[in-house]
Design a protein around this ligand. Structure first.
Ligand SMILES: Nc1ncnc2c1ncn2[C@@H]1O[C@H](COP(=O)(O)OP(=O)(O)OP(=O)(O)O)[C@@H](O)[C@H]1O
Length: 321
């Protein structure tokens, strides 16, 4: 099996590519398997690197060393390929997809534990042709997310603080917009909406938890549709949205399904794992493609989010590796 470490030197607050390359070297030492560590040169490079390496056709493990954007690019290169598996070594500001692993997520920063860990086949969201492993959203939150970029590089501003500052700015500018929304063919009531979200994972935006029970391996997406709310109530909404209490938001519409379509009267920003997609017609649907995701052995998976009702280990060995 070959191993490819894709390192984004621009992820997080400082360049950790040297440290990461050393960790990769340590993880692969004495294993006798071919490996390579490559730094990305710019947006889209990680996808091209994965496709190039996958073209050889032999079993390949790819380590996305960066944030959620790097993971998204790697996933876009590996989707639908049975001989390729991906993982995420968290070097970014948010690293939100990994939060689904709870406290165990820190163990993904140990590449030596990952090299031969088990893997699971995960669903993907197709948003106007771009694939997402975690969360796609339209509206208030997407505007907050893209607005957060400018706060992230300020000194003493953490990833989650950047999103909070951007939220304040977005509230001041206006909260809801007109959209026509259907989920699996059902037209949803109300012409104005605050936000529309499709979840495969559970967290995004620096720790917001819109769907505490979503599972990336269940063959379905969790849709959360928040109707128009006023500036007075939006702060309470954000609190609930952040803490996994979305069911307590008045008139919120929750669906588990396969496709949400959104028509907008103007070009709209769509958040696809933190990356920007724009359009006036947005289709957010379960992709036919899946991706293999590997993780450290014995990591605990908590299917019920915050409440530990029943822990079990996920271990779905891949026949092709
Ligand atoms: N060499 C590079 N120079 C500039 N940008 C790059 C380079 N390599 C990758 N990128 C881009 O950096 C962006 C941010 O990366 P990433 O999302 O991994 O980090 P982050 O924003 O710190 O983490 P998170 O999304 O978890 O908050 C991605 O959109 C990616 O395309």
């Amino acid at each position: 099996m070959r191993h490819l470490f894709i390192i984004n030197p621009r992820a997080g607050k400082r360049d950790r590519s040297r440290e990461m390359a050393e960790l990769a070297r340590g993880a692969m030492a004495g294993r006798g398997e071919p490996w390579k560590a490559v730094c990305t040169a710019g947006p889209g490079h990680a996808t091209r690197l994965v496709k190039e390496a996958a073209g050889l056709g032999d079993p390949l493990r790819v380590y996305a060393c960066g944030g959620d954007g790097t993971l998204n690019e790697v996933v876009n290169g590996a989707a639908g390929l049975d001989h390729v598996a991906v993982t995420h070594v968290p070097l970014g500001s948010g690293n939100d997809f990994l939060r689904i692993f709870g406290a165990e997520a820190v163990r993904l920063f140990q590449p030596d534990r990952l090299t031969h860990g088990p893997q699971i086949r995960m669903d993907l969201i197709d948003c106007n042709g771009r694939l997402s492993l975690n969360v796609c959203s339209v509206g208030f939150d997407a505007r907050i997310g893209f607005g957060a970029a400018k706060f992230k590089n300020l000194p003493l501003v953490s990833g989650s603080m950047a999103y909070r500052l951007s939220a304040l700015e977005t509230i001041a500018r206006g909260i809801h917009l007109p959209y026509r929304v259907t989920v699996d063919g059902e037209m949803l009531p109300g012409g104005r909406f605050t936000l529309l979200c499709a979840c495969n994972g559970r967290y995004y935006g620096g720790g917001f938890n819109p769907s505490p029970t979503a599972r990336p391996d269940d063959g379905l997406l969790d849709f959360i549709v928040v109707p128009a709310v006023s500036r007075v109530t939006v702060l309470a909404l954000i609190q609930k949205y952040a803490r996994g209490k979305v069911g307590e938001i008045p008139r919120v519409i929750l669906r588990r399904g396969r496709e949400m379509r959104v028509l907008c009267d103007r070009t709209t920003q769509v958040n696809v794992d933190g990356e920007l997609v724009t359009g006036t017609e947005v289709s957010v649907r379960l992709s036919e493609k899946k991706v293999w995701f590997f993780y450290p052995p014995d990591i605990l998976w908590v299917p019920t989010g915050g409440e530990v009702v029943g822990e079990h280990k996920i271990s779905t060995p891949c026949a092709s590796l």
